[in-house]
Ligand binder design. Structure first.
Ligand SMILES: [Mg+2]
Length: 391
């Protein structure tokens, strides 16, 4: 067996939004608190304390169903601003141990702690310290998984929630993983779950023992993927890429354009392009940057940071349009190029705030429909109304 040093932590806050509410209002302590849409609305549960979970309440469950399961539940509307603030504090604690922090959402991240041993001790020691500091400085509880790769660290953080601390070394991997259901494998959703069960794989052990060839023959690419995970092979690295990458689209016009109306019309296809690429890559960005190049090649950029990351075309468009309008000088000027860049990317889903918002659900459906059409017909074939009406 190749040496596989423990160096990855996965830290996941327990019942994050609900825990923040309880911490901010101690009268809620020990109560079944449910953060999400009101019980009588069509909203969904975003987070619930373990007291509420004891009644079967779960994230993403319709609020009405949660209210039936737990009639004494205390429903609280989410305060995204507050959670963002606390999330920054949590991430700051992570980054005080290593720069290699990859957030997966507001309340969880991977940390690569290889190389900080002399400062803070080995990976389990760092995991203990992170947990302790979150408790002492923030009054919150996190579960920590420690392992030799990202997949197993993430799985480990979930095994003994809440307040979990699980270390899985290479030599104990099979013992810990084999009995677990296949749904614990990264990328296996409810649909794949059924597919695997039908193929005769119920546990991770079933998958591991099947061997590569059989898995590929039965399940194709999916088989190769889950086979590798089940054998503890995961070659991904922790990438602290919130600031490092961006997705951009720009266009130089055949003739210089002037007038807000003409310029805004050009922004939508740019936003469409950026949004669909973000969605294809399963990332969302927190900052939208507008680039304007004037007829004399003078170039400016202006950006705005959003409350939560987005991959929604309309939000990217509206933000860029706001920046264009704020830029009074652009109105009368002759402009040769416009560009939009989506920055501070994180894996999609990081903006858990979207669960709060029915409007965003509609936009998401529209985006998905347009993405599908573009794939079928080519990018140029599908143009939203805002561009078409004036062309
Ligand atoms: Mg969490």
């Amino acid at each position: 067996m190749a040496p596989a040093p423990l160096h990855i932590l996965h830290v996941d806050m327990d019942a994050f939004y609900a825990a923040v509410e309880v911490r901010d209002n101690p009268a809620l302590r020990g109560k079944p608190v449910i953060v999400g849409g009101p019980a009588r609305s069509r909203g969904v549960v975003c987070s619930a304390t373990y007291e509420a979970r004891a009644f079967g309440v779960r994230s993403a469950m319709p609020s009405a169903q949660a209210a039936r399961l737990c009639p004494q539940g205390i429903f609280i509307n989410g305060r995204m601003d507050r959670y963002l603030e606390v999330s920054r504090d949590v991430m700051a604690i992570f980054r005080s141990f290593t720069p290699l922090v990859q957030p997966l959402s507001l309340d969880e991240a991977f940390l690569d702690v290889a190389g900080v041993e002399r400062l803070f001790g080995d990976a389990p020691a760092v995991g203990r310290r992170v947990k302790a500091r979150i408790r002492e400085e923030l009054g919150l509880v996190a579960s920590v998984g420690v392992s030799f790769n990202m997949f197993i660290a993430k799985l480990a953080s979930d095994l003994e929630k809440p307040d979990g601390f699980v270390v899985i070394r290479r030599e104990e991997m099979e013992k810990r993983l084999d009995p677990l259901p296949v749904s614990k494998l990264w990328g296996v959703g409810p649909k794949t779950d059924v597919e695997l069960e039908r193929a005769g794989y119920r546990t991770i052990g079933d998958v591991r023992r099947a061997g590569h060839e059989t898995l590929v023959r039965k399940l194709g690419g999916l088989g190769a993927h889950i086979g590798a995970l089940a054998r503890g092979e995961d070659v991904r690295r922790v990438e602290p890429f919130w600031d490092a990458k961006s997705i951009g689209s720009e266009r130089t016009f055949e003739r210089d354009l002037s007038g807000l109306d003409a310029l805004e019309r050009e922004l939508l296809p740019l936003a469409e392009d950026v949004g669909s690429r973000a969605r294809a890559d399963a990332v969302a960005g927190r900052t939208v940057q507008l680039k304007v190049r004037f007829h004399d090649f003078r170039t400016i950029t202006r950006s705005r940071t959003l409350e939560s990351p987005t991959d929604i075309t309309r939000e990217i468009y509206e933000t860029a349009r706001g920046l264009l309008r704020d830029r009074a000088g652009a109105k009368g000027a002759r402009i040769r190029l416009l560009g939009i860049q989506l920055q501070q990317l994180a894996p999609a889903g990081a903006g858990q705030g979207l669960l709060f918002d029915q409007d965003r659900k509609r936009e998401r459906r529209l985006d998905a429909a347009i993405d599908a059409l573009r794939q079928k017909l080519g990018d140029e074939a599908v143009v939203r109304a805002r561009t078409r009406e004036k062309r």
